[in-house]
Design a protein around this ligand. Sequence first.
Ligand code: C7
Ligand code: ZN
Length: 394
Amino acid sequence: MARRGKDSVLTEITNKNCPVDKKSDLRRVVYVYSDDLIAVCDQLPKVQCRARMVHSLISAYDLSRCMRCVSPRPAREDEVTLFHSSDYVDCLKRLSAIEDDEKYDEEAEEFGLSYDCPAYPGVFEHACVLAGATMTAATCLMSDLCDVAVNWCGGWHHAKRHEASGFCYFNDIVLGILKLRQKYERVLYVDLDLHHGDGVEDAFCATNKVMTVSFHKYSPGFFPGTGRLTDTGMGTGRYYSVNVPLKDGITDAQFVSVFTRVMELARVSYAPGVLVCQCGADGLTGDPMEAFNLTPSAHSQCLQYLLSWNIPLLLVGGGGYNFANTARCWTVLTSVVTGQQLRSEIPEHEAFTEYGPDFELELQAGNKINRNTNEYIEGILQQVKENLSHVSCG
Ligand SMILES: O=C(CCc1ccccc1NC(=O)c1cccc(C(F)(F)F)c1)NO
Ligand SMILES: [Zn+2]
């Protein structure tokens, strides 16, 4: 029976003999889930009802039988202020209690609580639930309960110490990494989202205890506008922030190639004890962002490469605004970590009609013009190689 740490309530659903042969050395996977967590995630302004679609597709493919389901607990305020400033937390809590959202509040402006991140009634409690889920995943990983921990309701990588940003209120990833740092000397964070993982990079830009690697679209006027190739961190953290700025139209093959080559350089130079991967799916073809030509196959190949390192891995979600494609992507990733083969036909389930007209798991690659020439990619790799030559923790 799993140890019942004070940190998380383990409602352990024993693996109802997951359909695998005994001899395969499959990974132990914790899946952080609860009806409350899904309900909260589904209320976020720009991803309403996405969490439920993701969970129901994972369940429709019977993958929950191959994982240990853990119900999370909300983060306490004293845990959230391990990263966020108490001024910001107090303001979010105050605004969260206001029922009539007509009341304009200039203090809200200072903390980013407007436009992209409106404070709505209950937003404080929701942000604590989302942060707590990733912290619960980290706790499971640290207590050696699993090899991989998954929280598809996490990945809110833009939230800063002092302000909300890009619909991210609390940075669950930073809070999860701070938890992992209690056990692991070096944490490697990798961000697959279309957008630069600026909140996580900012949190750790001045330390060499956490290396952040972000692959993202970088172009004038595109949010958040940071993540240049030459941004490598500062002070003790110099060279421990890696940025891979990409242009529109990148293909699966090109993305996987640049990903594996950069991550191999990071592994050899940094030798991390644990990996945290943000799997934002807004770079997929068919996303309203209309930027990259990626299919879930690219994310799947990147994940398989990371799994070959055989170190503990924390997976979180992130962006992804074509909800059916995001559910396809994260279901494929869940099948990769559980070692299950999935049939192409989307199984009959409550959201089946969302997967038309093909009703297939795989996506056809987009055909946007690819602005990433091989020379451009080679130039990035040369610069990353040069930067990481200053890192040696092996
Ligand atoms: O995905 C994000 C946040 C994206 C973001 C940050 C700041 C301001 C706006 C956004 N998101 C959008 O513009 C957005 C979100 C959902 C759907 C759309 C749509 F209009 F393309 F559908 C657009 N980070 O990984
Ligand atoms: Zn994004």
